[in-house]
Design a binder for this molecule. Structure first.
Ligand SMILES: C[S@@+](CC[C@H](N)C(=O)[O-])C[C@H]1O[C@@H](n2cnc3c(N)ncnc32)[C@H](O)[C@@H]1O
Length: 241
C-alpha cells in the first residue's frame, strides 16, 4: 500500500465529510487571536499549554501536517510568519480560504512530512505538528527533518498516539478493542485492510518514554510530555539543540 497516496485520498474525503480536524476556524477566532487571545488544540479537548510557545510576533512557524484551516490561521493572526505544510490539497484549501477571508498571509506548501527539502536548514523558530505516527510507518525521519529545518533553540510541539499509561485500561484497550477492530471493520466497512493496518499500528505504538528517547536521538533536548485521554495521546515539546 502507498501510505502517502492512501492518506491523501482519505483526508481529501474527510474534508468533504466535515471531519472536525478539517473544519476551519471562524473569523471570530482569528479576530481574538489578533488581540492575543488564542489557544492551540492538537488533540480534541485540552489546549497545548501556552507556556510551551515562544512569543510569536515575527517568528517563523511551520505547521507540519497541519492543514485544515486551524492552527495555521490562529498562529498567523497572533503575529507569526506561518507556513502550512500538508499532504492533502483539500486540507490546504481550507487554510487558503481562511487566509483570504481574514486577510492573513500564510505560505501554503503541499508535500510529505518525511521530506522537508522544500525548506533550507534552520528556516523556522517553531514547528507545530498535530500527529505523525498514525500516518507514517516510522516517525523518526519526520523528527530528523524537523530538527534540520528548525533554528537552534527552536521548539517542536507535537501530539502522538502512545500506549495507554493505565495498566488495566491498556489491557482492555489492546486485548479487546484493538483486536476487535478488523473483525468489526469486515462487518461494516469496504476498507477492512485499512482497519487491520490501523489495529497493527496501534499495537505498535511506543510508550511515551520511548517517544521522548526518539526525540532526544533526533537532536531535541528539554523534552516535556503532557498525557491526554488516558495516555493514548501525549503532547510532547522538545527544543532543538
Ligand atoms: C489529524 S489531521 C491534522 C490537521 C488538523 N489541523 C489538526 O489540528 O489535527 C492529519 C493531517 O496530516 C496530513 N498528513 C497525513 N499524512 C501526511 C504526510 N505523509 N505528509 C504530510 N501531511 C500528512 C493529513 O492530510 C491531515 O491534514
Amino acid at each position: 500500500m502507498d501510505v502517502r497516496d492512501y492518506n491523501r485520498r482519505a483526508w481529501n474525503r474527510q474534508v468533504e465529510k466535515g471531519n472536525r480536524w478539517t473544519v476551519p476556524v471562524s473569523p471570530e477566532v482569528t479576530a481574538a487571536a489578533r488581540r492575543g487571545e488564542w489557544q492551540i488544540f492538537l488533540t480534541p479537548t485540552k489546549p497545548v499549554p501556552r507556556a510551551w510557545f515562544p512569543a510569536l510576533p515575527g517568528r517563523d512557524v511551520l505547521c507540519l501536517a497541519s492543514g485544515g484551516g486551524q492552527q495555521g490561521p490562529i498562529l498567523a493572526a497572533a503575529g507569526a510568519r506561518v507556513t502550512v505544510y500538508d499532504n492533502s490539497p483539500r486540507q490546504l484549501d481550507q487554510d487558503r480560504m481562511v487566509a483570504e477571508r481574514d486577510g492573513l498571509e500564510i505560505e501554503i506548501v503541499e508535500g510529505d512530512m518525511r521530506d522537508l527539502s522544500a525548506f533550507p536548514a534552520a528556516s523556522f523558530d517553531l514547528i507545530v505538528h498535530p500527529v505523525s505516527n498514525t500516518f507514517v510507518p516510522d516517525v523518526r525521519p519526520v523528527w530528523r527533518e524537523a530538527h534540520r529545518v528548525l533554528r537552534p533553540g527552536g521548539d517542536l510541539v507535537i501530539a502522538e498516539f502512545a500506549a495507554p499509561t493505565n495498566r488495566a485500561f491498556r489491557t482492555i484497550y489492546t486485548d479487546y478493542l484493538v483486536a476487535a477492530l478488523p473483525r468489526m471493520a469486515r462487518l461494516v466497512s469496504s476498507d477492512a485492510p485499512a482497519y487491520t493496518y490501523l489495529a497493527e499500528s496501534i499495537l505498535a505504538w511506543p510508550d511515551r518514554a520511548t517517544l521522548a528517547t526518539w526525540m532526544h536521538e533526533a537532536g531535541f533536548g528539554d523534552v516535556k510530555v503532557k498525557d491526554l485521554s488516558g495516555g493514548i495521546v501525549a503532547v510532547h515539546r522538545g527544543q532543538r539543540r
